[in-house]
Design a protein around this ligand. Structure first.
Ligand code: ADP
Ligand code: MG
Length: 258
């Protein structure tokens, strides 16, 4: 079945039920290395549940998830992240009460996160060791890459929707991912920041990161992804190039029918 290194993510027969609801019903797809793929579909199609089953937030009831040729089905989120497959997480309320820089220091891979974020507080600066210093530098570089370094000391809860999305992506990058899963990264983002966010994503893709992006806005995905997968009622309706998908009668109907 081909070179696994060229197909980092492979999902087959994925199923997830919530009580009587079948949220994901035999989903199959492969994602090529270094690609940017969009996963679209009307509300309730099962996109987020599919993501959650891939990244370990939910345990699937059936099927298989492979990453770099390894079976990662049902692993815990941190185990999936350790293998290089990372999703962005919305900044939780308690993280809103921390500054942007502190948020970077508690990025998921930093097991000693608490010690690290203390190290950015002035009274603890003296105790910063070499390793912590390196992580701090990477945090700064990443904030600079996203042009949000000037917000380092701002509380996360004071950021705009778009700035938050940049911070979420910045945090995810600190975990050294190979592939990033973004669930509605443009929701609540104003048009100018959306443009910036897209530029950063394209730049990262050019650096070799692989992206799978869940998005309700079909046009945005069509304009930015080389491959589009369409879900409807828990299943894959179709997949292909944006042109293929745009002209597919079933897709038009699914969107109109809701
Ligand atoms: P999408 O992200 O495409 O909008 P979801 O994956 O969120 O769709 O939802 C798919 C279906 O599963 C919907 O019918 C939704 O109501 C249901 N669902 C999702 N999560 C849960 C849950 N935790 N408990 C019960 N039902 C859920
Ligand atoms: Mg969703």
């Amino acid at each position: 079945a081909g070179d696994t290194a060229e197909v980092p993510l492979k999902v087959s027969g994925l199923e997830k039920h919530f009580g009587g609801i079948t949220a994901v019903d035999g989903v199959e797809f492969e994602i090529d290395k270094g690609s940017m793929t969009g996963l679209i579909g009307p509300n309730g199609a099962g996109k987020s549940t599919t993501f959650n089953c891939i990244t370990g937030t939910h345990k699937p009831d059936g099927g298989r998830v492979e990453f770099n040729g390894q079976d990662i089905t049902g692993l815990e989120p941190y185990q999936v992240a350790d293998r290089g497959l990372v999703r962005t997480f919305q900044i939780a309320r308690e993280l809103g009460e921390m500054t942007v820089l502190e948020n970077m220091m508690v990025a998921p891979k930093h097991q000693r996160g608490e010690a690290l974020w203390r190290s950015v507080l002035p009274y603890a600066r003296n105790s910063v060791n070499q390793q912590e210093q390196e992580i701090l530098e990477r945090a700064w570089e990443t904030l600079e890459f996203f042009d949000i370094d000037h917000l380092a000391n701002e509380y996360a809860e004071n950021l705009s929707g778009g700035q938050r999305k940049l911070l979420e992506l910045a945090r995810a990058l600190l975990t050294d991912p190979q592939m990033l899963l973004l669930d509605e990264p443009f929701a609540g983002v104003n048009p100018s920041l959306e443009e910036r966010l897209l530029e950063h994503i394209h730049e990262l893709r050019d650096q070799g990161y692989t992206f799978l992006i869940v998005e309700h806005d079909m046009d945005l995905i069509m304009e930015n992804c080389e491959k589009v997968i369409v879900m409807h009622q828990g299943r894959i309706l179709t997949e292909g190039t944006p042109e293929d998908v745009r002209n597919n009668e079933d897709v038009i109907e699914a969107y109109l029918g809701g």
